[in-house]
Design a protein around this ligand. Structure first.
Ligand code: PLP
Length: 461
């Protein structure tokens, strides 16, 4: 294949750079490719989790230990994805293994109450200020679903205010593309980080609004933190107008001991959790004050019913409790977030040094790389830069042994070390040195103005 490059191997244009890095990837990963092709027979697109797909085909990882992933072609990678923040403890953490082994030794599925649910519930309630009582689910999506149906039942109102770019699970997603498989609730979609507009919409729709559901930092839409001013305005408007405020802390609860809510001193009415809370095993949780949660007390007449065969799955309960009690202690949590902040600063320093349209947003140990210089306060500010830039960076990092995501998202786990982080910084430094001239040549695109439902419009599909 002819390579369009100068004497130092730098490609003249983006298209040939992407073609070269993709060709290397295809050549290096025949078994992943074969796995992808086989999987298409039994799963649509060979896939059962949309976010795992990327072009030309995803790596098939067959085992992992510590912070190292090994794929079916025998390559190893340092894991900077951390299972999208659920893999906080890394792979095969001895404390998590011990808890899982104990659960296996003691039998797994009792079909009964056990001591283990109370242990994890007490730990969660002790950490998260708004959670006086909690119930467990199997995923963050399910936790948000339960929080929304609870708010609708408690309030007797039907509509839920959400935000452009909000991701609360596969069926509660308000990204750029319309989501035909969203839950069939009336959703009022507001712009993120716009305190004035949100306040106006809450006041104007209070009669029908059961709840406002918000991520304190929008994770899936680019690790864009909600400002304290914005989140405080939501709290005040919800209190003034009798609307329940729900914080989706499925991702952000890891950024401080008391979650983002404790860090900002803003207490929502209900909170949803998930990801690392179950020690890396499927989990979710929704909680709030006893005044709301007591409606689930089955000994009371008229109690709401919350079934779920795996809600008290002992693998999750024991791994989650061991992790929170013995590993993810407040000093460890603070140190991890400091590592995340330092990594973000180092990467942003590279963007500035290379004069490249490159920045990293996020909070604590969660972050996303973006190809633009302009500040990001909401998904409206994200310029739809060429998808090929993301492919170029992603495949470059894979080639250098660093596993990140196509959209640039990264979550540090407790086992990613200083050398790993320094290695990633070097690999991105090399990328910007080698390809920086191509970044500015990619079509800039314009800020997003093609929302399926523009702000303040109710969307029911
Ligand atoms: C903020 C937020 N809420 C909810 C979810 C959904 O959680 P799950 O994938 O466990 O259903 C996610 C998952 O990424 C998330 O980031």
């Amino acid at each position: 294949m002819a390579t369009r490059a100068d004497a130092s191997g730098r490609n003249f244009d983006l298209q040939s750079a992407v073609r070269d890095v993709t060709a290397l990837y295809v050549q290096a990963n025949p078994h992943s490719r074969a796995q992808y092709e086989r999987a298409q027979a039994s799963m649509p697109g060979g896939n059962t989790r949309t976010g795992m797909f990327y072009t030309p085909f995803p790596l098939a990882i067959e085992r992992a230990a510590g912070a190292t992933l090994t794929d079916v072609d025998g390559h190893t990678y340092t894991d900077f994805v951390g299972d999208f923040s659920a893999g906080l403890y890394g792979h095969s953490h001895p404390v998590i293994r011990e808890a899982l082994q104990a659960a296996l030794d003691d039998g797994m599925a009792y079909g009964s109450a056990s001591p283990y649910e109370e242990r994890l519930a007490a730990l969660v309630c002790a950490r998260i200020p708004s959670v006086e009582q909690v119930r467990f689910t199997n995923s963050g999506t399910e936790a948000n679903t339960m929080a929304l149906v609870t708010a609708r039942a408690v309030s007797g109102k039907d509509t839920v205010m959400v935000f452009e770019g909000g991701y609360h699970g596969g069926t509660i997603y308000f990204g750029r593309k319309s989501a035909p498989i969203n839950m069939p609730f009336p959703f009022l979609i507001a712009p993120y980080n716009d305190a004035g507009e949100a306040t106006r919409l809450i006041a104007g729709n209070a009669q029908r609004l059961a709840a406002v559901l918000v991520e304190p930092m929008q994770g899936a839409s680019g690790a864009i933190p909600g400002s304290a001013e914005f989140l405080k305005a939501l709290r005040e408007a919800c209190t003034a107008h009798g609307v329940l405020l729900i914080f989706d802390e499925v991702m952000t609860s890891r950024v401080a001991r008391e979650g983002r809510q404790g860090q900002l001193g803003i207490t929502p009415d209900m909170t949803t959790l998930g990801k690392y809370i179950g020690g890396g095993i499927s989990c979710g949780a929704f909680g709030g004050p006893a005044g709301i949660m007591a409606r689930y007390d089955p000994s009371k007449p008229g109690a709401y019913v919350h079934h779920g065969t795996f809600n008290n799955n002992v693998l999750m309960l024991r791994a989650g409790a061991a992790g929170l009690e013995k590993v993810f202690t407040p000093p460890v949590q603070a140190a991890l977030n400091d590592e995340g902040i330092a990594l973000r600063e180092a990467l942003n320093g590279l963007g500035a040094r290379h004069g490249a349209p490159f920045q990293v947003t996020g909070l604590g140990s969660i972050m996303t790389m973006h190809f633009q210089r302009e500040p990001l306060r909401s998904i409206r500010d994200i310029r739809p830069r060429d998808e090929r830039l993301r492919q170029l960076l992603h495949l470059h990092l894979i080639d250098r042994g660093f596993f990140t995501t196509r959209r640039g998202y990264m979550a540090l786990s407790l086992v990613v070390g200083a050398d790993d982080r320094a290695g990633l910084v070097d690999a991105i430094d090399e990328f910007l040195g080698h390809h920086g001239h191509l970044l500015d040549s990619a079509p800039e695109g314009s800020p997003i103005d093609d929302w399926p439902a523009s702000a303040g419009v109710t969307c029911t599909d």
